[in-house]
Design a binder for this molecule. Sequence first.
Ligand code: G3P
Ligand code: CA
Length: 359
Amino acid sequence: MADRRQILRMGALTAGAVIAGQAGSAVPAFATPPARTPGQTRPLVIGHRGASGYRPEHTLAAYELAARMGADYIEPDLVSTKDHVLVARHENEISTTTDVASRPEFAGRQTTKIVDGVSFTGWFTEDFTLAELKTLRAVERLPKLRQHSTVFNGLFEVPTLQEILDLQDRLCRELRREIGVCPETKHPLYFQSIGLDLETPLAAALRHNGLNKPNSPVFVQSFDNSNLRDLRTRHKLRVPLAYLVQSPAQVTPAALAELATYANGIGPVKDLVIPRKADGTLGTATSLVADAHAAGLVVYPWTFRAENQFLPADYRSSSDTAAHGRAIDEQIAYLKAGVDGLFTDNPDIGALARTLWSA
Ligand code: G3P
Ligand code: CA
């Protein structure tokens, strides 16, 4: 497996690769898609939970569609099963993204838990073996906004990380270009506390698939920077790491400089890059991109979605929250602000925005 991947990357995909990041940095730099001209990097289009604007999120169908639409990376959020297998779900509570609530055989598994300080009632991945979880089927998380996606309810399984890496491998061959994977560890401290740490099987999976190299088409993300440190030091991950941030206090120049000692990028909520004004319209860019670049960090904001509900007021097409608005223009505004990539539920729009921006 490792050799096959290596040959693929070396043979077909590395010719135009450009390494972004701090010269002489001790941490690996992000590999970017081929540049249009030597020395120029190209922002990444990252399929957020797959092409989750068009298929139920975190399914192989959603990831595959993302790649076919032009995503450079596909993004699995990771949680653990009872038998310590990593699977892709945004939360360990799965009643909003699977049909578990309608399965009488699992009615007794419904329970209430405190996860990272928040109480949830439902069904939890860590209470299901992989075999049990595989009997469930994914459903659309946002059925009112994404009614078109509900036609796929009941069709797709919850995928394992290994199945996603196998899909990545197949799509790289078929599409004849590099498709990256950027796993996110979800609730890592909680999973450590119940004896199902995410880090050990994640590091093992990357090694097993020949993907724990600084130039592997992989980066790992977390909202927990201690988790990223742990991955870098104890688990010896060599791939780039990205810290997901939501507050200005996390991205001061001092904080960014410290982060750059073990990580390579930040994934900020998009309002930290361009905030909205009080009236909901898009404001002007902050200094975050420049500050991060000065620290040698790349910037991948989230989450870009086409529906009016998620767009700034001046980019909406109507008062219909489910209708698509001027998402291409919104993403171009962020590309103009200098971001290095975009997490988007609509990779086709991301790819088109990048093309128009770079023309
Ligand atoms: O990882 C980037 C973005 O996905 C973080 O938000 O909640 O969608 O995982 P979330
Ligand atoms: Ca995520």
